[in-house]
Design a binder for this molecule. Structure first.
Ligand SMILES: NC(=O)c1ccc[n+]([C@@H]2O[C@H](COP(=O)([O-])OP(=O)(O)OC[C@H]3O[C@@H](n4cnc5c(N)ncnc54)[C@H](OP(=O)(O)O)[C@@H]3O)[C@@H](O)[C@H]2O)c1
Length: 258
């Protein structure tokens, strides 16, 4: 198994991309702590991920990572376990795809609190709990950091994911000497609750237009499934990626190749 004996934290592991990454890690033998806010979603995820086919053990923790107490709760939980950490996946995120002129202070602050501040201070708080052999931090970014979609206003989301990409590169430099590798995965559109929430609110004409845009823009002809992200996450978490740091890896069906 590629992650046997490793311990991972996956934020937002109770749904979507985070759950798929957690499942891939467990299959490869890692023990995984998944963090989310909703206790019932966490319990449903725990039951789904407690499977004889998955070699690792799953644990859950309810915490709101858009708050300082939520970040502190994760750090305390890892510290109390007394077991060193090998992998941190900063995956929990929020996307307000609303026109620039309507972005509220609350939406701006929430975007930064979860997409940027949580990744920054959770990584900082967990630093001393990483294994002395080093580790891997994986930030889940988005193509929206650099590629926009017509009629899908993304100013605050793009800004926050651009900041996450900068953090990925700067931490690769700062943490490299400690043996901690820092990379980001930039998914294309993936069919998750987050995506459905933003698309469901569109008027029907815009939905039709978006569907046609997707069909002609993805060389592989479809949007992603959460499981499509598992392989790259396992690679980045594993010792196979021992010389891979500072990368922002597009996993997007070829969408950003053009
Ligand atoms: N889906 C896409 O098309 C797409 C594309 C590119 C990048 N991404 C990025 O991929 C990541 C995951 O997105 P997704 O589509 O998988 O989302 P999702 O299906 O909506 O799942 C989000 C997960 O994060 C948790 N979460 C949300 N707010 C939280 C908070 N304040 N504190 C702790 N946990 C929180 C959710 O659980 P609770 O609600 O219970 O807290 C859930 O487990 C995000 O960073 C997103 O920006 C997504």
């Amino acid at each position: 198994m590629r992650l046997g004996g490793k311990r991972a934290v996956v934020t937002g592991g109770s749904d979507g991309i985070g759950m798929a990454i957690s499942e891939a890690f467990l299959r490869e033998g890692a023990d995984v702590l998944i963090v989310g806010r909703d206790a019932s979603k966490l319990e449903a995820a725990r039951l789904r991920l407690t499977d004889p086919g998955l070699a690792g053990k799953v644990e859950t923790l309810s915490a709101d990572l858009a708050t300082n107490p939520g970040i502190a709760a994760v750090v305390e939980h890892v510290a109390a376990s007394g077991r060193p950490l090998d992998v941190l996946v900063n995956n929990a995120g929020v996307a307000y795809l609303v026109p620039f002129e309507t972005v509220s202070q609350a939406q701006f602050q929430h975007s930064f609190a979860l997409n940027v501040t949580a990744a920054f201070f959770l990584t900082q708080g967990l630093l001393q709990h990483f294994s002395s052999a080093g580790g891997s931090v994986i930030n889940i970014s988005s193509y929206f950091a650099s590629k926009m979609i017509p009629k899908r206003p993304s100013s605050v989301y793009s800004l926050s994911k651009g900041a996450l990409n900068s953090l990925t590169k700067s931490l690769a430099f700062e943490l490299g000497p400690r043996g901690i590798r820092v990379n980001a995965i930039a998914p294309g559109t993936v069919d998750t609750a987050m995506r459905r929430k933003t698309v469901d609110n569109l008027p029907s004409e815009a939905k039709t237009e978006l569907k046609a845009y997707v069909e002609r823009s993805y060389p592989l002809g479809r949007i992603g499934r959460p499981a499509d992200l598992g392989g790259m996450a396992v690679y980045l978490a594993s010792d196979e990626a021992a010389w891979t740091s500072g990368g922002i890896f597009a996993i997007d069906g070829g969408y950003t190749a053009g």
